[in-house]
Design a protein around this ligand. Sequence first.
Ligand SMILES: *[C@@H]1O[C@H](CO)[C@@H](O)[C@H](O)[C@H]1NC(C)=O
Ligand SMILES: *[C@@H]1O[C@H](CO)[C@@H](O)[C@H](O)[C@H]1NC(C)=O
Ligand SMILES: *[C@@H]1O[C@H](CO)[C@@H](O)[C@H](O)[C@H]1NC(C)=O
Ligand SMILES: *[C@@H]1O[C@H](CO)[C@@H](O)[C@H](O)[C@H]1NC(C)=O
Ligand SMILES: *[C@@H]1O[C@H](CO)[C@@H](O)[C@H](O)[C@H]1NC(C)=O
Length: 309
Amino acid sequence: MKQVVSIVLILFVFSSLAFSILVPQPSLTLSYHNGSILSRDPLKVYILFYGSFSYSQKIVVRAFLSSLSTPTKAKDVPNVQKWWSITRGYVDLSGSTVAQNVEIGGESTDVHYRLGKNLTTANLTYLVLQYLQNSTASLNSLLLVFTAADVFVEGFCKDVCGQHLYTYPTIETNWKRFPYTWVGNAESQCPTVCGRPYAKFEYGAPTQTLKGPNDVGMDGLIFTLANVLVGVVTNPFRNAYYRGDASATEEAVGVCMDRHGLGFSPAYPHNILKDNKTGANFNVHGIQSYKFLVPFIWNPQTLSCAIQA
Ligand SMILES: *[C@@H]1O[C@H](CO)[C@@H](O)[C@H](O)[C@H]1NC(C)=O
Ligand SMILES: *[C@@H]1O[C@H](CO)[C@@H](O)[C@H](O)[C@H]1NC(C)=O
Ligand SMILES: *[C@@H]1O[C@H](CO)[C@@H](O)[C@H](O)[C@H]1NC(C)=O
Ligand SMILES: *[C@@H]1O[C@H](CO)[C@@H](O)[C@H](O)[C@H]1NC(C)=O
Ligand SMILES: *[C@@H]1O[C@H](CO)[C@@H](O)[C@H](O)[C@H]1NC(C)=O
């Protein structure tokens, strides 16, 4: 069994190496369309766990968010803070950059599944507006919604693993648009889609399975959260940093996905490290001894995809 795994890994390393050598790297630009970015520093994030999450699952989310702006031990490189600091290169019309300090402003859990277990995006918006009314979250904050493994959200697994969205202006939001993110725990519904590369692939392509640092559901959730967080701060209302036209846009992480052969995708992870104690595969260190897998981000200062500023 061990033998098989190592052969597959060697093939995998070889194929990703070949991939990066043979594919000429197109120069990449993500245009700025003059819209606002999330620059208010610190960025206060509020967490809504919808459905049942264990204590240890919640801790993983908090640890990741805290790692965005907390330095790790000098030897722990690459790390989440240096990964996040790539977003400092994103500047708006007034010269402000994406917030570098991220603080958790509050957290709540809906253990009662108040809207059931089959949600539409309109339902997510409803939850967000209710949260805004009942908490100290201001309109300058960012709400992060996480749905439990037994909750289906429109498009989940088929089109998306998570998304960043915004509410339409209403009286509750003082006629402003309020950005939020949603990420689902895919552990029981589609680990092979949203839990890669930690769950076995269903179709074609590489068949190796990496060992995650946390659990399959949460490692997939963190990878998607990392993606949508970068998306929401650099393109909260879909009129700031992106490339392509309205029907097919790519944001700061999307442009670095594998089809360009430039950076990272769940199918072709690069820069994978291994924790010698636990055997877990990861690519960034977090606070304490946490480890995570995050996607590459397009760096506007170097015009290339990177995992560290
Ligand atoms: C952004 O603003 C600049 C200067 O105000 C203007 O020249 C440019 O056309 C605008 N770009 C877009 C995409 O609106
Ligand atoms: C969720 O509801 C939609 C209709 O509102 C239905 O088509 C779909 O099958 C339901 N999905 C699940 C997983 O129950
Ligand atoms: C949730 O979405 C369903 C389907 O669109 C809708 O019928 C229902 O009213 C929504 N519930 C809330 C509270 O928004
Ligand atoms: C928010 O307030 C509404 C109305 O006061 C209440 O029905 C709802 O249960 C509250 N939601 C939360 C998440 O506390
Ligand atoms: C794990 O062990 C290898 C080989 O002994 C070493 O090169 C590597 O630095 C170690 N990794 C960590 C994270 O300590």
